[in-house]
Ligand binder design. Structure first.
Ligand code: 5GP
Length: 114
């Protein structure tokens, strides 16, 4: 399997605007932002889709959500609100097959998403 574009970002082969990093995760600004704040929270472990998650990844998924909460606070979104999105496969709009959580904020979002 060839390396995903996000693994290249993790390995600093491609530049990105990193806002958070620890042993398990990295978070950086989306190159094509859909909101004033649009950050991707990405596990360093390369998992192609949500369908590939196993029990072994329970802690990792928890860390992603808690890290999103922390970054939302950093960007003053906690009280205003923000949206977390995980797309799985083509119909949902997944384009990068290395799981990631979108953190979107700084504007109003509608529901249903359309
Ligand atoms: P998906 O559609 O797979 O849920 O989201 C992939 C996201 O990755 C898109 O919002 C897209 O703009 C972003 N993206 C794709 N390539 C790059 C890149 O090279 N750098 C950054 N920072 N974001 C990227």
């Amino acid at each position: 399997m060839s390396k995903s574009i996000f693994s290249k970002i993790i390995d600093r082969e491609i530049p990105s605007d990193i806002v958070y990093e620890d042993e398990q995760l990295i978070a950086f600004k989306d190159i094509n932002p859909q909101a004033p704040v649009h950050i991707l929270i990405v596990p360093k472990k390369e998992i192609p889709t949500i369908n590939d998650l196993t029990e072994e990844d329970v802690n990792l998924i928890g860390r992603i959500i808690l890290t999103a909460k922390k970054i939302a606070k950093q960007f003053n979104l906690s009280e205003r609100g923000y949206r977390l999105v995980l797309n799985c496969n083509e119909e949902a709009g997944q384009t990068v097959f290395h799981i990631h959580c979108h953190l979107l904020g700084g504007r109003t979002f509608h529901w249903p998403p359309g």
